[in-house]
Design a protein around this ligand. Structure first.
Ligand SMILES: [Zn+2]
Length: 281
């Protein structure tokens, strides 16, 4: 399949991956594969400023592979690698608990797909030797960040929402962080969380495209990504927890519980320490 629309998608994807520093000068579908029920077309894409790329497009998530570094000599090799990587990404069996992700807060229900991706990345990291395996850790981290921000972005309303694309993790992320961490009290934390998101995003892109990084850098990339997921979970927990930041108005204790309130929809908060009750709207 190579409708003008798909061609445009492929070109936009490459220009986005080149972070706006290069323009596509040529693109054409080189070969189409249909194996194990999935249809994938390998595109040959050339840019003015950032070399040539193979782009795998079709039923699986899109991804690109460099033609200038001699890892992928033919479309067959690109297809095999892409299929293996993406099938593993989508394989539910790969969901095994791992010490890497145990630190993620259990309170907020983020989609299982995020946990699965991070489990997969840590599993792959253990076995990673070849450069493609190192790069695939970056790919997974990047996808995780896109999905993370997209999930939160689509479950609420944000100012200026329409103008950012799904892949615009930094700008979408900024709106998300501004919304859930408001006010001057949170200014410092807001800054740190934004920095963390930008670091996770930039470094995932570096790992994805670098031909010189090792398992150790990939491990750092995964660690930063997990820290970002965990931080956003905690942020949402804080935002949606009706008791967050509250103290008993009588004794100052934070040992508060939410009691049944038959009379109104406002929350009835009871202090476990002194039994004082008060209403939170
Ligand atoms: Zn009290």
């Amino acid at each position: 399949m190579s409708s003008p629309e798909v061609k445009k998608q492929v070109e936009e994807y490459v220009e986005w991956q080149c972070r706006g520093k290069a323009k596509v000068t040529h693109s054409k579908p080189e070969q189409t594969y249909n194996e194990l029920g999935v249809n994938v077309t390998i595109w040959n894409v050339k840019t003015d400023n950032d070399g040539s790329w193979w782009v795998a497009q079709g039923d699986l998530p899109m991804n690109l592979y460099s033609q200038d570094q001699a890892y992928y000599f033919s479309t067959d090799e690109v297809f095999s690698f892409h299929l293996g990587l993406m099938l593993r990404l989508m394989n539910d069996e790969a969901n095994q608990p791992d010490s890497y992700i145990e630190s993620i807060s259990p309170g907020v229900e983020l989609p299982l797909v995020l946990r699965r991706k991070l489990s997969l990345a840590s599993e792959k990291l253990n076995e990673a030797i070849e450069i493609e395996e190192i790069q695939s850790i970056g790919v997974i981290c990047r996808e995780t960040l896109i999905e993370l921000i997209d999930y939160i972005y689509n479950s609420d309303s944000f100012d200026g929402k329409e103008q950012f694309k799904k892949s615009d993790v930094k700008n979408r992320g900024e709106l998300v962080i501004n919304k859930y961490l408001t006010g001057s009290d949170n200014a410092e934390l807001r800054k740190h969380i934004k920095n963390l998101l930008n670091s996770a995003w930039d470094y995932s892109n570096i790992i994805t495209h670098s031909s010189s990084k090792t398992k150790h850098e990939a491990s750092i990339c995964l660690t930063i990504t997990i820290a970002m997921v965990s931080s956003l979970e905690n942020l949402l927990d804080k935002y949606f927890d009706p008791l967050s930041g509250l103290k008993c108005k009588k004794c100052g204790s934070r040992r508060l519980i939410i009691a049944e309130n038959d009379k109104t929809e406002d929350l009835l908060i009871i202090c476990e320490n002194c039994q004082y009750g008060f209403i939170k709207e």
